[in-house]
Design a protein around this ligand. Sequence first.
Ligand SMILES: [Zn+2]
Length: 297
Amino acid sequence: MRDVAIMYHYVQVPGLKGIHPLHPDLFEKQLDWVLQNYEVVVPDDLEKPRQSKPRCVITFDDATKDQYEIAFPILKSRGIPAYFTFMSGIFTNRKVPVVHLVHAALSFFTDEEIWEEICSKFDTSQVKENSQIYSYEPDIYRRYNKYALNFYLSEEESRSVLEPKLIEKFQTWDRFIESYYINLDEWKVINHAGMSIGVHAVDHKPYCGVAERFFANEIKPCKQFIQEHLGFSPKWYTPAFGGGTLYQDMILKLRPVLEKEGFAGGFTTLAGFNDENNRFWLNRFDCNRIPPVGNFE
Ligand SMILES: [Zn+2]
């Protein structure tokens, strides 16, 4: 039977242009469609005997505030379980991952403006042909900006473009973090409501190519932070950027490390159904491909 997992990022009323959020009304309509066609489960339930319907896991990446303020209350009021993922670096070192600096900066400045600034500071001749990882972005400058800032430039170079712009807007990083992310008290509410919580990252870095080192830097501290502050040991993992450009290597090499450390599985950004053949790394369809927004079949 063909199970699915759906990948959600931002669920909110469109406003900030740096992101392409799913409108809450469409989120509700998707839930209607999902409930008609699937049994919605948390990842742990995938081990249990199935009912008559195929199963669906509703997943959230990046722990942004809208997930707590908009998606979570809708799910809770309808008794629908979902899987949320935790990022610990914003709590332990108050450092915002570059990917979210990018989303926020693109919300307050135009793509052309930011691309021009990047081109004026750095050699960007390789960006255009290598930016297919963001082929889901319809705007070509958005694609270049996201690839350049998330992958092509060094972290320091990206931060030198983005941080001054955002500090001008928010004054302090504490203010940015509180407004942008689910805070610890809110995580406790999500946990007590019976939602599933897994590891996303420490600092939202792509897979580095060395499984043990990556686990030690980007997964283990997040797992320990969850244990310490929410009182349970997470069993599920969602790699930042789906692993990034080295995702195929990650899929092969990181699995045994995760299994040794007690993880039951992980969620990729590869589109596709899930069946008996992929029980560790699970595919996900982006929510934009789910009816009534899109048609994934
Ligand atoms: Zn992410």
